[in-house]
Design a binder for this molecule. Structure first.
Ligand code: ATP
Length: 500
């Protein structure tokens, strides 16, 4: 009812004026007044920014200001470790009785977007503490002393807020702690040293008896960069690894972010979790969001599986771009991608899901692989297989155009990383070595030997499939996509012909 109040008022005013005119009253002054009032409301009506602000305010009122561990998908081990550590803050009386020193700092370490900030917020709710946060980069100033005074203010703010809100504890969260907590090797800016010293002083000043009790949580992607003073017992003595989610974790995160979205009945989020191998929580959130955008753009009532698949590609490689390329360039890209695809089928039959010739992000074409099971261990043979798939593009260009192009830059980066992994895992002719034990020259020699050998092997396989390139090229240039099944039937058809 209340949402119709405007209509009721307008209706009442109009009928009042008509009634007065009917009984012979001069309605001109009333009409003038109504026009003025209407004009006032029109002018004062909130515009873009103000509307956005109102919407945001309403959204804030609707969404709870706290976040619980149930709102964090996957990360079961990290959540349990964290809860165990937080119990120290909750069971403070027992801790005092046993003379245990208070837990002062918890360091969360892991790749970007895995939910470290979410964990710190959930920790504040779990322990009924106030939550105060800052990012390492906020302390960085050109002027000496500013960073240190900001650290002091942060702790002061935590204490006053806890007192004001009648809470017994406060969690101070510092994101990107490596910015201020990097190793003090004398060469760094003096300002950073002072900021770090102040943080250490504040940590040392935390006692069991103090109220409000303060717990510092920090997050970093680069723990190896941190000064050892921060990591010693009594400082950040609990370190929790927050990893990229596994398949089960990805499904959990997708389910959390699908809650407010209309999914089609036949959407299988487990399949999407398989397709989004190696995605972080933030990427999964973005995937669900992009899928919803695709569905809305198509004026679809619900989000279908194809929207989710397109969103996986978008998050992996960026939005489809409408870059126009020449015919020669398109053909070259097609040959390059076919090189990758043929090698992928040779190394792992059935692994290609799609070969596409549409520009996305920085890539002019791409091969989409079928979802695979999460894998954490690789044999030498598997690593060599992956190197050959990456080399396939460049070798194909050499075969058909007599040389390579800049299109192989990312492939080579991948190849070099894989060779490095092989070396560090003792899977090369160098044996089990530390990088310090061998010279640059020896490393280079082994690196070149591996790449040369695998390039030759790749060339052999691709040469045997020359006719697949020609047959697939025509379809790819015309249709822009070649499905995995289409590609595999071409491969087997040609194999049958050559063996007949
Ligand atoms: P950074 O290291 O870049 O600061 P972070 O690890 O702190 O990243 P968050 O800021 O916690 O990452 O996560 C960013 C967003 O990603 C969250 O707001 C949330 O939408 C989503 N997200 C990340 N991890 C998870 C998760 N485990 N469960 C649910 N959502 C997640």
């Amino acid at each position: 009812m209340s949402k119709y109040w405007k209509e009721i008022v307008i209706g009442a005013v109009i009928s009042g004026i008509v009634f007065l005119a009917f009984i012979g009253v001069n309605v001109v002054p009333f009409l003038t007044l109504v026009v003025f009032v209407a004009a006032f409301f029109l002018v004062a009506k909130p515009k873009g920014g103000a509307i956005a602000a109102t919407v945001e305010r309403k959204a804030k009122l609707r969404t709870p200001s706290y976040l619980t561990f149930d709102d964090i998908g996957g990360q079961d081990r990290a959540k349990n470790e964290l809860k165990e550590a937080l119990d120290f803050l909750i069971r403070h009386d027992e801790i005092k009785k046993f003379g245990i020193r208070p837990l002062k700092g918890i360091l969360l370490e892991g790749p970007p977007g895995t939910g470290k900030t979410l964990m710190a917020k959930a920790a504040a709710h779990y322990t009924n503490s106030v939550f105060v946060s800052a990012s390492g980069s906020e302390f960085v100033e050109m002027y000496v002393g500013v960073g240190a005074s900001r650290v002091r203010d942060l702790f002061k703010d935590a204490k006053t807020r806890a007192q004001k809100e009648n809470k017994e504890s406060a969690i101070v969260f510092i994101d990107e702690i490596d910015v201020i907590g990097g190793k003090r090797d004398g060469g760094q800016h003096r300002e950073y040293d002072q900021t770090l010293n102040q943080l250490l002083t504040e940590m040392d000043g935390i006692h069991t008896t103090e109220t409000p009790r303060i717990l510092i949580m920090a997050a970093t992607n680069r723990k190896e960069m941190l000064d050892s003073a921060l990591l010693r017992p009594g400082r950040f003595d609990r370190q929790i690894q927050v990893d990229l989610p596994d398949k089960k974790g990805r499904l959990h995160i997708l389910t959390i972010h699908a809650k407010n979205k209309p999914l089609a009945m036949n959407v299988n989020l487990a399949k999407v979790a398989e397709e989004s191998y190696n995605f972080s929580g933030a990427q999964l959130e973005s995937l669900m969001n992009e899928a919803a955008v695709y569905a809305m753009r198509e004026s679809s009532e619900v989000i279908e599986h194809r929207h989710l698949s397109a969103a996986v590609d978008k998050v992996l490689m960026g939005e489809r771009s409408d870059r126009e390329s020449t015919k020669q360039e398109r053909e070259r890209v097609a040959m390059h991608e076919l090189g990758h695809a043929i090698m992928a089928e040779a190394v792992k039959p059935g692994s290609v899901s799609q070969v596409a010739l549409s520009p996305r992000g920085q890539a002019l074409g791409y091969v989409r692989h079928n979802p695979q099971d999460d894998q954490y261990l690789y044999t030498k043979q598997e690593l060599e297989g992956r190197i050959m798939v990456a080399l396939g593009g460049a070798v194909a260009e050499e075969m058909f155009y007599g040389g390579r192009s800049t299109g192989s830059r990312n492939d080579f980066e991948q190849v070099l990383n894989l060779v490095k992994t092989m070396m560090d895992s003792g899977l090369t002719n160098l044996g089990i070595v530390d990088r310090e034990m061998v010279t640059q020259e020896e490393l280079m020699k082994e690196n070149n030997r591996i790449i040369k050998q695998l390039t030759e092997h790749t060339r052999d396989i691709l040469e045997r499939n020359r006719s697949v390139f020609h047959q697939s090229l025509a379809i790819l240039v015309k249709e822009e996509v070649l499905s995995g099944n289409q590609f595999r039937s071409l491969l087997s058809l040609i194999k049958q012909k050559t063996t007949a």
